[in-house]
Design a protein around this ligand. Structure first.
Ligand code: AMP
Length: 251
């Protein structure tokens, strides 16, 4: 099976987000950027499947600016075989457009398994995987917390749903999106980071694809969330009930 893993360059999850003074977006200059955490889980899962000889090749794909090459390299250092960067002016391509671009690559590369994160932590959209599966007309298994490949090339995917866990069986080719508990991604070792420098990353200019990536959404303004008021300590249960009834008016 050939696997295609999609990785997005986002602001590192440890960074405290700062809104730009003109409220046009969030500050990304001089800010630590990393691979979207759910995409690290996607790469890890593909690498584990390769280690079990269930996957023969792992392609790491990103859509974004030149700097997204670093993100692809991180995926190659974890165990990806080769990379593809679809070069755009910035890293903020909308999910439907990303899905169209990934579909273009799928038509060319014919992967059996396409693994994405369930959501990117910058836009929190949770859309790309679902849109991609629809565009390709193939099965999708989202929010995967366990994957089991069967002899007949189907995959049993345990999904985290509101009521608990659900296991579904999908045939290949299929789209899978990863949830947090699927695995714990490895740290790339120094020798593997060095080896990754030799691995090939194919650069494709977005214009070559003939896909319209015009934004359909307009950001009017970005604001900090309102500051939380500090809590108070109450003397006893009676005063707690009194405050809930008369101040918070929730009882
Ligand atoms: P989203 O729908 O934006 O929440 O993103 C869901 C997943 O789609 C991410 O975890 C990535 O696996 C993939 N994805 C989104 N944007 C990109 C991008 N620019 N390049 C590569 N993969 C992406």
């Amino acid at each position: 099976m050939k696997a295609l893993v999609c990785v997005k360059r986002v602001i590192d999850y440890n960074v405290k987000i700062r809104v730009k003074t003109d409220k046009s977006g969030v500050e990304t200059e001089n800010v630590k950027m990393s691979m979207n955490p759910f995409d690290e889980i996607a790469v890890e899962e593909a690498v584990r499947m390769k280690e079990k000889s269930q996957v023969s090749e792992i392609i790491v794909l990103s859509v974004g600016s030149d700097k997204s090459q670093e993100t692809i390299r991180s995926g190659l250092a974890m165990g990806g075989d080769r990379g593809i960067l679809i070069k755009t002016e910035n890293d903020q391509v909308e999910p439907l457009n990303v899905a169209k671009i990934i579909k273009y690559i799928c038509d060319k590369e014919k992967p059996d398994l396409i693994i994405l994160g369930k959501q990117a932590i910058d836009d929190d959209c949770n859309q790309t995987g679902q849109m991609l599966a629809t565009l390709l007309g193939i099965p999708q298994a989202t929010f995967a917390s366990e994957l089991k490949k069967n002899e007949d090339n189907t995959i049993d995917v345990t999904r985290e749903v509101d009521g608990g866990l659900e296991t579904i069986r999908v045939g290949i080719p299929c789209v899978i999106t990863t949830d947090l508990r699927l695995n714990e991604p490895r740290y790339a070792s120094l020798p593997n980071i060095m080896k990754a420098k030799q691995k090939k990353i194919e650069l494709i200019e977005i214009d070559e694809l003939g896909i319209d990536i015009k934004r359909r959404l307009e950001i009017l303004e970005v604001n900090e969330p309102p500051e939380r008021k500090p809590g108070i300590k109450v003397e006893n249960v009676e005063s707690l009930v009194d405050k809930l009834k008369n101040e918070a008016k929730v009882l």
